[in-house]
Design a protein around this ligand. Structure first.
Ligand SMILES: Nc1ncnc2c1ncn2[C@@H]1O[C@H](COP(=O)(O)OP(=O)(O)OP(=O)(O)O)[C@@H](O)[C@H]1O
Ligand SMILES: [Mg+2]
Length: 255
């Protein structure tokens, strides 16, 4: 069982009434939550609900139309380009398609430690970190010398997770990290993510259609519908006793 953060610990991440609009069309409204170090949030909702938009806002890949995101007291969206580059290594993303993080022309070792370019480290330190993260995701260090097409889908997702881990992030945002994988491989990646949470105390925002994954990995859950928060709270409460009829039907459809 994971050691839960103490109630009096200050939050690592606070979203305050975040909203986003594209070309005048509102796609996300009034999203607020708090995440403490080591805590995890599951984001659930049907296609187009705004889940990836929220993920991009948390990563500071785009600015919110309204609202504020605070990270240990700073607002990433208001940082200068230089300060943002220094902040970025603390937050890493894992995508549905692991090919997105692996350049097909590069030996995978190069892709895995690519995020370290932002940090001042020696080649020997980078090499050591490469070996560490490959081992952490259950791959042999010599995997680094192969190319992406020489791996299975599950192994490629392990490589993408290794890449995310390379900078020792405090938060990983994973957008549907399981949905491109076979069911048996999903279970392996799920248990890898759970191990990493427990071992390294990394916070996780997990966007997933997979309610079992949210149940296993996430302390809190948030249900989005057409950009608005329909339900949020402790995962057991949201999934076990949803208040809104829409959540109930969504959960029934996803289950
Ligand atoms: N860059 C963009 N420009 C314009 N509209 C966008 C952009 N990105 C997303 N949208 C729109 O915003 C809404 C929310 O999209 P988003 O990708 O966040 O949904 P999602 O919940 O991640 O869906 P899915 O489960 O299909 O990935 C959708 O209506 C989408 O068409
Ligand atoms: Mg999405």
């Amino acid at each position: 069982m994971r050691a839960l953060p103490r109630d009096d610990e200050p939050p690592l991440l606070t979203a305050q009434a975040l909203g986003q609009a594209y070309r005048g069309r509102s796609v996300l409204r009034e999203v607020s939550f708090q995440l403490r170090a080591g805590e995890s949030l599951g984001v659930i909702g049907e296609s187009g609900a705004g889940k990836s938009t929220l993920a991009r806002l948390i990563m500071a890949l785009e600015r919110p139309a309204v609202g504020e995101l605070r990270w240990s007291g700073i607002c990433p969206h208001t940082l200068s380009a230089r300060a943002l580059r220094q902040w970025r290594p603390q937050v890493q993303m894992v995508f549905q398609d692991p090919y997105g993080s692996l350049d097909p022309r590069w030996r995978v070792g190069r892709s895995v430690i690519e995020p370290l370019r932002a940090l001042s480290m020696t080649d020997a330190q980078r090499q050591q970190r490469l070996n560490e993260v490959l081992t952490a995701v259950g791959l042999e260090p010599d995997a680094a010398l192969r190319f992406p097409h020489q791996f299975s889908g599950g192994q490629r997702q392990r490589l993408a997770i290794a890449r995310a881990l390379s900078t020792r992030p405090r938060l990983i945002v994973a957008d549907e990290p399981l949905s491109a994988l076979d069911v048996s491989v999903q279970a392996q990646i799920l248990s890898l993510l759970r191990d990493l949470q427990q071992r390294e105390g990394i916070s996780l925002v997990l966007v997933s259609h997979d309610l079992a994954a949210v149940e296993v990995l996430c302390d809190q859950a948030l249900v989005l519908r057409e950009g608005a928060v329909l339900e949020q709270g402790a995962t057991a409460q949201v999934l076990g006793d949803p208040h809104h009829p829409y959540t109930r039907s969504l959960l029934a459809a996803l289950a």
